[in-house]
Design a binder for this molecule. Structure first.
Ligand SMILES: Nc1ncnc2c1ncn2[C@@H]1O[C@H](COP(=O)(O)OP(=O)(O)O)[C@@H](O)[C@H]1O
Ligand code: SF4
Ligand SMILES: [Mg+2]
Length: 344
């Protein structure tokens, strides 16, 4: 499979698409169904936020896209991961390696464990250029400093030989972003990139990521459990629950009018300035065990709107429309009662 063949943009074909993906972990307790039919896509210049509580399958989906899923115990039991329309799940490991880092790069939550503690950051950045671009040591070092400047690490030239532990958490995360950017990928998957940081630093790193995404016209998949951090940076949101997407919407639409009770619950549990003094809402109960996902709608034990049909029939991810039936573009919801949710 030649990657060169697939370079040009093909109209109507997303840059990166996950289609009906199923992943399970086979453990002694049974099969944990971590991903149960996830579909999403991202194009150049677009930011997709993937939102959901811990354990909803966000990272497993990302690992499957990157080709770094722990197999075993993880098994891909269905679906496709399409890069420019070609299913990477059918490719050789060699072909996947060509895409990883080069075309699709990943930023992890924990920079300290993702970076090598005994090598300087300049060495680790430079390695990308030496190994993948064949640059000399000197050229690689110059490019590393440039990149550190680009992600706004102060005094990059002086700090290029420092080790990861000599940087603050926010600066380390900038170094991770620089590593991901090094080979000028088309898509970056950022998995909870700011979760480990203080709130003020979180905003700075998120702003930087959004700026780079725009400047390089990349696709960005921004994985988070925090609806508060994505409002200003994402174009569209996919909300995950128990390994499924339960709602898709353009970001501002989702904030204004959620079409799924779970999304509504998430929104009501964000602290907001205009709600000062009011008690914060919390969705009752816990996400289900993935070895025993409730029948029907997986959210039904926690849903105040649940009725009989919710316990027996899995709600399909259906198009959402206005009261008069006119479609709400880009919006879907997996709730039997989405009409009541969005229109009431
Ligand atoms: N290496 C693993 N071994 C066994 N089970 C795993 C492993 N990684 C993930 N899982 C299962 O998949 C579920 C979803 O994980 P993950 O995608 O990491 O959730 P999150 O949405 O928080 O990123 C976990 O709750 C767990 O049951
Ligand atoms: S399908 Fe039923 S249980 Fe599920 S979210 Fe909708 S109302 Fe709640
Ligand atoms: Mg995760």
């Amino acid at each position: 499979m030649s990657i060169e063949m697939t370079k040009a943009d093909v109209p109507g074909v997303p840059l990166l698409e996950v289609r009906d993906l199923h992943v399970e972990f086979r453990t002694r307790e049974g099969a944990a169904k971590a991903v149960n039919g996830v579909s999403y896509s991202v194009d150049a210049g677009e930011t997709l936020a993937v939102l959901g509580e811990s354990g909803s399958g966000k990272s497993v989906t990302a690992q499957t896209i990157m080709g770094i899923l722990d197999t075993p115990p993880g098994h891909i039991t269905g679906g496709q991961v399409l890069y420019r329309g070609q299913d990477m799940l059918t490719w050789s490991e060699e072909a996947r390696r060509q895409v990883r880092g080069n075309k699709i790069a990943m930023i992890f939550q924990d920079a300290l464990s993702a970076l090598n503690p005994v090598l300087s950051v300049g060495y680790q950045l430079g390695e990308m250029f030496r190994v993948h671009r064949g640059l000399s040591k000197k050229e690689a070092r110059a490019r590393s400093i440039e990149l550190m400047d680009r992600v706004r690490i102060p005094a990059a030239k002086e700090r290029v030989n420092d080790y990861p532990h000599q940087f603050s958490g926010g600066m380390r995360q900038r170094i991770m972003i620089a590593m991901a950017l090094a080979l000028e990928p088309e898509v970056i998957i950022a998995d909870e990139p700011t979760t480990a940081l203080d709130v003020t630093v979180q905003a700075q790193v998120m702003d930087l990521l959004a700026e780079l995404q725009r400047d390089f016209h990349m696709g960005l998949i921004l994985i988070t459990h925090d609806l508060g951090v994505v409002a200003d940076v994402a174009d569209k949101i996919a909300v995950m629950y128990a390994g499924r997407i339960v709602e898709n919407a353009p970001v501002h639409e989702l904030y204004k009018r959620p079409a799924h009770p779970y999304t509504k619950g998430l929104l009501d549990s964000i602290p907001r300035l205009d709600h000062k003094g009011k008690e914060l809402y919390a969705i009752k109960g816990l996400p289900p065990s993935l070895t025993a996902i409730p029948s029907g709608c997986a959210f039904n034990p926690r849903c105040a709107m649940a009725r009989d049909i919710c316990r027996t029939e899995v709600p399909p991810l259906a198009d959402v429309a206005e009261r008069d039936g006119s479609p709400l573009g880009g919006r879907t919801s997996a709730c039997h009662f989405w009409k009541e949710t969005i229109h009431d």
